[in-house]
Each structure stands twice: as structure tokens, then as C-alpha cells.
Design a protein around this ligand. Structure first.
Ligand SMILES: Cc1ncc(COP(=O)(O)O)c(C=O)c1O
Length: 442
């Protein structure tokens, strides 16, 4: 009994919130109680424009009828089916629909429940692939500084955000990192892909020279890095990474947890940049953020390498109780239908230049030291307050929330990624509110 908090109704103490300043939050809570399309409603009855698609996931906007209804129906028809040695039709159907929109060459889908699990799954597939091909000395994984690949041990190991790494010991061994590509002195205020930094891809050659290609299983990168504060790949960078991976027999994993499902105006970033990875990780937009689900896409070359040995044997020892869960599958199918019905996977391309102009119009606001954008993604980097990093952006976040606008901040960077249903008038509303915030003594 002594551990009990003697909770009263509305008591907030028991929930240790993720990636949150818990003490600040619990003094001044910010709760959403409902949402529709582009707007949330707060517990104190205010409307908040969603400038971030929740956490980069609600790509079709909130409480979309088709998705809500599919979940309702599925919950009453088949709530759960074991995922191992058994199945249900919708998991197969959804995998087919994902492959329909995936970059050419992707042929098979493994399900997960989150972006973090997709990353773990992808890394394990890569290691096992080399091993089943008789190339088991390829055990190293190469990530990138400032990369974010979720919060599990593999993802944190290949990730490159120090705050996410420093508390957790030695992490995975056999991991190395490419340098990040953030070069503000040369690229600040670039619209779209920066001119400078493409040659940083050649650092992979240095890493290969150090470890030898025969020890390297895979390179994992976000085509557009999101959580670190939006880093857009310099021109030629992704192409060069692809060339080097191909040359040295290294698998290339694109972590498309935020770029998948239309964020850049194409279904996947691989299509936008015209670079073909061997494995793609997804989550978030797959079910419009409504039900936890992720998917890892692989080529037939990878899949087929496992399909040997006696047919009664399990080919890959990996999976989750909820892999392809019926309700998540129904949500995924309804989400992909909604994207298709409304042309949302390419809508970002139509809105990108309007979005870019509106975003860059904030260049003259106080403390703005860089603005960057691609597709329906935008970032505004603020000059940190001396000795108090992150405080200026957090203060902007709080003021925006008060003004009825949801933004996301990481370090002193504001990241924007609205639902793909956003209208031009709402883009105007977003940037008008943000200008007021930035001009208001943050
Ligand atoms: C690129 C990338 N990978 C992985 C993840 C982790 O996803 P999740 O929070 O669903 O575990 C994220 C989350 O933002 C992400 O941006």
C-alpha cells in the first residue's frame, strides 16, 4: 500500500510521460479531449490547429470516418487472431496494398507495432540476411550522427542523438556512425535540398576502409532526418550512399517512419529522391496514427534468401504478438483507402511551393537563424538563449499552444509537418500565428 499515490480523480502523478518535462507539464497540463480534421480541442475548450499531424503520423487528419468505422467494425467481428502459424485475411490484404504503393523492388512486408520496432526488425533482417547467404562476418551496422531510429537498443545504438544515448551504457557493439549533414554556415535558409554536403556521403568510404566492407551488414539513415530537427539531404548525398552500399555489398535501410505515406508528396521518400533502398521501415502514417502499427518492407532478394530448408521449419525467428493485428490491419486498409480516395500521397507535391513561401516568410522574425523545408516539412531554427539551450523553442511551443497552434520543438528547432489535408487558408493561419509567437519576446 505504501507505494500507492492515493490517487484522486484527475490525479496526474502515476503516468510517467514519455519525452516530456513531467514536472512542468503536471503544473500546467495541456490535454486534448477531441479532434476533427485539422484541429484539436483542448480540455479548456479551445481549438488548436495541428501543425505537426500529431507526432508526424495523422497524415489524413483527425477522426476520419472511414478509419473510425473500419476499426469499429473489425473490433466486433474478429478482435484478435494469433500471429504465429495462423493468420487472418486483412493482414495479407494490407501487405499487398502497401507493396502496391511502395518503391519498385519492394516485395514483402513484416509487421511491427511502432517505428522503434520496425527499426529493430530491419536491423535483425539485415544481419540474418547476410548470415543465411553464408556471409555471417557482416555484423556491423552503420548509422549517422543526429539520426533518430526510435528508442530500443538497436535503434539507439545506430541513432546519433546524444541525449537518447548517454544514459544507456555501451549499447550494441559493432556500430559506427556517418557524420551528420547539417552545415548551417553554408546552407542556411536553403529552400529544398542544400547545395553543400553531398560529399559527406564519401565518409562511408572512410568507415569501410577502417572496418573493411566484409564486416559491414547495413547502413541505416533517415532520408530526411526528422527528430533531430529536420535535416534535408544535400544534393547527391543519398545517391552516393546508395552507390557505395551497392559497390560494397552493404544493405541500405531507409528509415521512413516519418517520410513514409506522403510526407514529401510521393508515397515514400525513396521515390521522391529516386534512390532504391533494400529495406524500408515505416509506422506512423500507416494507420494514420490511430492504432499502433508499423511495417518493414524488403526486396524479394532479401525475402527469398530465407526461403530455404525444410518447409515445416520457421524461416526467420522474429515477430510480435500483435504483428498484423486484425484491428490495426483494418485501420491500415481504411487509411490507405482514404489516402487514395483523396489523393493525399501526392498532395504534398501540390502544396509544397505554397508551404515553402509561407515558411520562409518568417525569415525576418527575431532569433531565426535558419529555415529549411521539403515536401510538407518545415523547420525554423532559433538562436539559443545563452546558457539555456532549448528554452527559447520550448517557450515558443507553449506560446503557440496558448494561441491555438500545435508545433513541435526539438533543441531550439521548431519542426512542422501538418496533416496532408491542410488547406492554403490553414497554412496562412499557421504561419500568421507562428509569426505572432516569434515576435512576442520568446
Ligand atoms: C525516423 C524514425 N524512426 C523511428 C521512430 C520511432 O517510432 P516510434 O516512436 O513509433 O517507436 C521515429 C519516431 O519519431 C522516427 O522519426
Amino acid at each position: 500500500m505504501s507505494n500507492r499515490l492515493n490517487a484522486t480523480p484527475n490525479d496526474m502523478r502515476a503516468f510517467w510521460m514519455p519525452f516530456t518535462a513531467n514536472r512542468q507539464f503536471k503544473k500546467e497540463p495541456r490535454l486534448f479531449v477531441s479532434a476533427k480534421d485539422m484541429y484539436y480541442t483542448t480540455h479548456d475548450g479551445r481549438t488548436v490547429l495541428d501543425g505537426t499531424a500529431g507526432l508526424w503520423c495523422v497524415n489524413a487528419g483527425h477522426c476520419r470516418p472511414k478509419i473510425t468505422e473500419a476499426i469499429r467494425q473489425q473490433a466486433g467481428e474478429l478482435d484478435y487472431a494469433p500471429a504465429f502459424q495462423l493468420g487472418h485475411p486483412k493482414a495479407f490484404e494490407l501487405a499487398n496494398r502497401i507493396i502496391d504503393i511502395a518503391p519498385e523492388g519492394m516485395s514483402h512486408v513484416l509487421y511491427t507495432n511502432s517505428g522503434s520496432e520496425s527499426v529493430e526488425t530491419a536491423l535483425k533482417v539485415a544481419l540474418a540476411y547476410h548470415r543465411v547467404k553464408g556471409d555471417g562476418s557482416r555484423f556491423r551496422l552503420i548509422g549517422r550522427e543526429r539520426g533518430y531510429h526510435g528508442v530500443n537498443f538497436g535503434g539507439v545504438s545506430v541513432g546519433g542523438i546524444v541525449g537518447n544515448r548517454k544514459m544507456f551504457g555501451t549499447l550494441l557493439t559493432g556500430v559506427d556512425h556517418l557524420p551528420h549533414t547539417h552545415l548551417p554556415a553554408k546552407n542556411a535558409f536553403t529552400r529544398g535540398q542544400p547545395e553543400h554536403g553531398g560529399d559527406l556521403a564519401n565518409e562511408l568510404e572512410r568507415i569501410i576502409a577502417l572496418h573493411d566492407a566484409s564486416t559491414i551488414a547495413a547502413v541505416i539513415i533517415e532520408p530526411v532526418a526528422g527528430s533531430t530537427g529536420v535535416l534535408i539531404p544535400p544534393k547527391g548525398y543519398l545517391q552516393r550512399i546508395r552507390e557505395l552500399c551497392t559497390k560494397h555489398g552493404i544493405l541500405l535501410i531507409f528509415d521512413e517512419v516519418i517520410t513514409g505515406f506522403g510526407r514529401l508528396g510521393t508515397p515514400f521518400a525513396a521515390q521522391y529522391f529516386d534512390v532504391k533502398p533494400d529495406i524500408i521501415t515505416t509506422a506512423k502514417g500507416l494507420t494514420n496514427g490511430v492504432i499502433p502499427m508499423g511495417a518493414v518492407l524488403v526486396t524479394s532478394e532479401i525475402h527469398d534468401a530465407f526461403m530455404h530448408g525444410p518447409e515445416h521449419m520457421i524461416e526467420f525467428f522474429h515477430g510480435y504478438t500483435y504483428s498484423g493485428n486484425p484491428i490495426a490491419s483494418a485501420a491500415g486498409l481504411a487509411t490507405l483507402e482514404t489516402y487514395k480516395d483523396e489523393g493525399l500521397l501526392t498532395r504534398g507535391a501540390e502544396l509544397a511551393s505554397y508551404w515553402e513561401d509561407a515558411l520562409h516568410s518568417l525569415k525576418d522574425c527575431p532569433h531565426v537563424i535558419d529555415i529549411r523545408n521539403i515536401g510538407l516539412i518545415g523547420a525554423i531554427e532559433l538562436e539559443p538563449i545563452a546558457g539555456e539551450p532549448t528554452k527559447r523553442a520550448f517557450s515558443a511551443f507553449l506560446k503557440a499552444y496558448e494561441k491555438g497552434l500545435l508545433i513541435r520543438t526539438t533543441g531550439d528547432i521548431i519542426a512542422l509537418s501538418p496533416p496532408l489535408i491542410i488547406e492554403k487558408a490553414q497554412i496562412d493561419e499557421l504561419f500568421t500565428k507562428l509569426r505572432e509567437v516569434l515576435q512576442n519576446n520568446i
